[in-house]
Ligand binder design. Structure first.
Ligand code: SF4
Length: 702
């Protein structure tokens, strides 16, 4: 070795961002680290611009490398200054003890994220219940996947985003994508759609915008946001009227069809056209294409799911898929396209308010006994389910709410609905601690900020959108003294007197997770680090060492007690907020290709900022003309929550009555300062991110 020059090594791992978890090889030693894509089964050599640029952040100048505390303890108007780890942890542990002594265990809360590894998500749920003995824990996946998860659990008895491998998309003759835009959100996944299209497959996209995905589709349906449920019920109405229902499948594999048939009788095609704006001929083309295909699938995503009736909307599409006999057949079925990197694993291991590892219910006595035995605690000491994410955030600082909060891997000041209200609640806390790599908008409000290791600096597992458990491998060391969140939680537990229950070693925690998940819906007990290495990922459920894993679910039976899928009658309800004279248009939100989630990372990535430096409000030319707005003008959007300003993007790809803004920014251009948290989905707790009433006015020229 040459003195002063570190040897380089190359490590196979996965992209830190979305649920496709593209394979990449990171070469590190002499920084900056570099990466190349891998031929992993999901991305097959593809990466999007976010993945390609992900290594840029590892040595970004704004990277946090030392803890920050307020210069004057307890005074959040004083500046954040660097501190020792001892001082930062002393302040946090002191706040936890004071709060619990004065206000009870549930006054200390935890808020997690869908980017944590499986081990970290598992450890966070256990930390809340064992070290803090609080019921107050939830995570940002509540704002992402929870509606689809609720519908899948209700219909199939099991929630796995895609119940089949991604490669099945290429086999499908017809794919209906509802509120999903993979061409922008996960471009390498498009190769599976493209392979199908090259064989002659038809793709139908249901989206109020003519997105990059819609532009390549055979048919684009452009409904008013918030009416997807009515559309699905209308399509089922046509299927029944035209004799397209797979009656043998319905009789053999499902229950509840008669009730649903009665319910959709009222969804006449012309009524559905009035509700949704989708012409009757397009409704009919979609149903006939689905019903006549040998293999067909329906994929939903956030556009259909982030509504006050998100669970019922996902259910309506599942009802249609069941009536046509699709779920459980190869190359066919219903699935949801998960968003966050570990959106799937993040909801399986116990960081949700109502869940224990293995996707078990926290309210179930047998589940509590099983997990308590693995954790070495008394089941009676485990708290009961707590509040869902927005409810938890909205009660911060109140009597009966959380007064000291620990946030990992989440930037709720940007990503939560009605974000300014959430920021005000965060300010009401007695104490806020945030672990992150950068000073996010949430971290800026904290009493203590704890730097954490980034994706390429930590080991663990992730579960991708197909339910494939994969390895995140450490390619380089984090900055001196910076722990990953697994180690942080083990250290904190030690300071709280619960150290014997916690480890900072990922494989040790995974081995415990296997035991905790055994016999649960998401059973990882047959999965090991060794198997993941050898098999390039293992699909759960995998209940034994010699079990091959389960790439395709439901081929023989569903995960319900009687093995049959459940039809559930669901009805269209109007959006919580309807346009009126003061707020005459519909606002919807979403993502752009070159940014990710709350933007904490991608807004600091130079190459991505060049592509998407600021958020832009999309307006149809007819609307822009009526309001005197030209391309690039500054416009102000006003909803009942507040105002935000954007540059106008005048485009005929959007409905004339709808305005779109991306949600990756905070401050004066915060989309979520505008969104509606007034009505949560009663099943999932999902807020209505995708529809609220808005007014638009021109402020100035570009
Ligand atoms: Fe990363 Fe998703 Fe892009 Fe793949 S598609 S490179 S996982 S952000």
């Amino acid at each position: 070795a040459v003195p002063g020059v570190r040897a380089t090594r190359t490590t196979d791992t996965h992209c830190p961002y979305c649920s496709l978890q593209c394979g990449m090889a990171v070469t590190a030693g002499d920084r900056p680290a570099t990466l190349v894509p891998l031929d992993f089964p999901t991305n097959r050599g593809g990466l999007c611009s976010k993945g390609w640029s992900s290594a840029e952040l590892l040595d970004h100048p704004e990277r946090l490398t030392r803890p920050l505390v307020r210069a004057v303890a307890g005074d959040r108007t004083s500046p954040l200054v660097e501190s020792t780890w001892d001082e930062a942890l002393d302040r946090l542990v002191g706040a936890i003890r004071r709060t619990q002594a004065t206000s009870g265990n549930d006054a200390v809360g935890c808020f997690g994220g869908g980017s944590l590894t499986n081990e970290q998500a598992y450890q966070f749920g256990k930390f809340a219940r064992v070290a803090l003995r609080t019921s107050a824990i939830d995570y940002n996946g509540r704002f992402c996947m929870s509606s689809a998860a609720g519908a899948a659990n209700r219909a199939f008895g099991l929630d796995r985003g895609l119940p089949f491998p991604l490669s099945d998309i290429a086999e499908a003759d017809v794919v209906v994508l509802v509120g999903s835009n993979p061409a922008d959100t996960m471009p390498p996944a498009m190769q599976w759609f493209d392979a199908g299209r090259e064989r002659g497959a038809q793709h139908v996209v249901v989206d109020p915008r003519r997105t990059a995905t819609a532009r390549n589709a055979s048919l684009h349906l452009q409904p008013l946001p918030g009416t997807d449920l009515a559309l699905a019920n209308g399509l089922l109405h046509i299927a029944i009227a035209e004799g397209l229902v797979d009656t043998d499948y319905v009789a053999a594999r499902t229950t509840g069809f008669a009730e649903v048939r009665a319910g959709v009788a009222a969804y006449w095609p012309d009524r559905v056209e009035r509700l949704t704006g989708v012409p009757v001929p397009d409704q009919r083309r979609t149903v006939f294409a689905l019903a006549r295909a040998d293999k067909a699938m329906i994929l939903t995503a956030r556009g259909a799911e982030q509504h006050r009736s998100g669970t019922d909307t996902a259910q309506a599409w599942i009802n249609l898929a069941l009536a046509l006999g699709l779920p459980g057949r190869r190359g066919s079925g219903w699935g949801t396209v998960t968003g966050q990197g570990n959106g799937q694993g993040g909801r399986e291991h116990g960081q949700k308010a109502d869940q224990l590892p293995g996707y078990r219910s926290l309210a179930d006595a047998a589940a509590r006994a099983h997990v308590a035995a693995v954790w070495g605690v008394d089941p009676d000491d485990l708290p009961m389910p707590g509040r869902s994410a927005f409810e938890l955030l909205d009660a911060l600082g109140t009597d009966g709410g959380v007064r000291t909060l620990l946030v990992l891997a989440s930037n709720v000041a940007v990503s939560a609905p009605d974000a300014r209200r959430v920021i005000s609640r965060l300010r009401d806390l007695d104490f806020l601690a945030v672990s992150d790599f950068f000073l996010s908008e949430t971290a800026e409000l904290a009493d203590v900020v704890l730097p954490s290791a980034m994706w390429a600096e930590e080991d663990g597992t992730m579960t991708n959108l197909e339910g494939r458990v994969i390895r995140r491998r450490k390619a380089l060391d984090p900055p001196d003294g910076v722990p990953d969140d697994l180690q942080l939680l083990a250290t904190l537990a030690g300071r709280l007197g619960a150290g014997r229950h916690f480890s900072g070693d990922p494989e040790t925690v995974f081995e415990e997770l296997r035991r905790a998940s055994a016999g649960g819906a998401a059973d990882y007990s047959g999965i090991s680090y060794r198997r993941i290495e050898e098999e390039r990922g293992v699909f759960w459920p995998c209940p034994a060492d010699d079990h091959p894993g389960t790439p395709r679910l439901f081929s023989e039976r569903f995960a319900t007690p009687d093995g049959r899928a459940r039809f559930v009658r669901v009805e269209h309800v109007d959006a919580h907020e309807r346009p009126d004279a003061e707020h005459p248009y519909v606002l919807t939100t979403g993502r752009v290709l070159a940014q990710y989630q709350s933007g904490t990372q991608t807004r600091r990535t130079r190459s991505l900022q060049l592509v998407a430096p600021t958020p832009r409000a999309e307006l149809h030319p007819d609307l822009a003309r009526a309001l005197g707005i030209a391309q690039d003008d500054v416009v102000e959007l006003t909803t009942r929550r507040g105002r935000a300003r954007f540059h106008a993007s005048v485009t005929d790809t959007i409905r004339p009555d709808v305005v779109f803004v991306p949600f990756h920014w905070g401050g004066g251009a915060s989309a979520n300062a505008l969104t509606d948290a007034g009505a949560l989905d009663p099943v999932s707790g999902m807020p209505a991110f995708k529809v609220c009433a808005v007014a638009v006015r021109r402020v100035s020229g570009p």
